[in-house]
Design a binder for this molecule. Structure first.
Ligand SMILES: [Zn+2]
Length: 169
């Protein structure tokens, strides 16, 4: 069966597996709607096309979304029909997640530009009180930087945790 020139097989061939999800490799509308070209200048939601190809017509006022919340996922098992209201709720949640990713990325960029390493961070945090100035001088950073690290105001998460966040981008 084909719809607007596409079959489910052809659409799914343009995805890559990640866990239970099938992530769309093609273009996106906004941040979380995988899309595909059906004519020279028309685009359709991949989830909507797939749902129709696999499950039949979509009732009025229902939209194809993904139960996993992964922005690029079009896995048939994750496709769900939602109302506009449900999608708005989902988008609001996703926005929060995206913001966390953004903040984590900014923090990582700052860390990358800093002369300090995670080893230094461990040293700063395990150093006896009153050593802040000495350590700051030795590392060539300000006392405030050392204070912030010691009190977990910066360098909050270990680098291994970051890859989890960066996957969402
Ligand atoms: Zn999924």
């Amino acid at each position: 069966m084909s719809l607007e020139g596409w079959t489910a097989e052809a659409l799914l061939a343009r995805t890559v597996e990640e866990g239970d999800c099938l992530l769309w490799k093609g273009s996106m509308a906004s941040t979380n709607i995988p899309t595909v070209c059906v004519e020279a200048d028309a685009r359709r939601s991949v989830r909507r096309l797939l749902w129709q190809l696999l499950n039949g017509p979509i009732p009025a006022n229902r939209f194809a979304s993904c139960s996993c919340g992964e922005p690029r996922c079009v896995a048939p098992e994750h496709l769900v029909l939602m109302t506009k209201r449900q999608i708005a709720k989902r988008t609001a949640k996703t926005g929060v997640i995206n913001n966390h990713v953004r903040v984590a990325k900014i923090a990582a960029t700052k860390r990358a530009a800093s002369p300090i390493t995670w080893d230094d961070v461990a040293r700063i945090r395990s150093a006896p009180r009153g050593q802040g100035l000495a350590i700051a001088k030795e590392l060539g950073v300000s006392q405030m930087t050392v204070w912030r690290i010691r009190h977990h105001k910066s360098w909050r998460q270990p680098p291994s945790g970051f890859s989890v966040f960066s996957l969402g981008a």
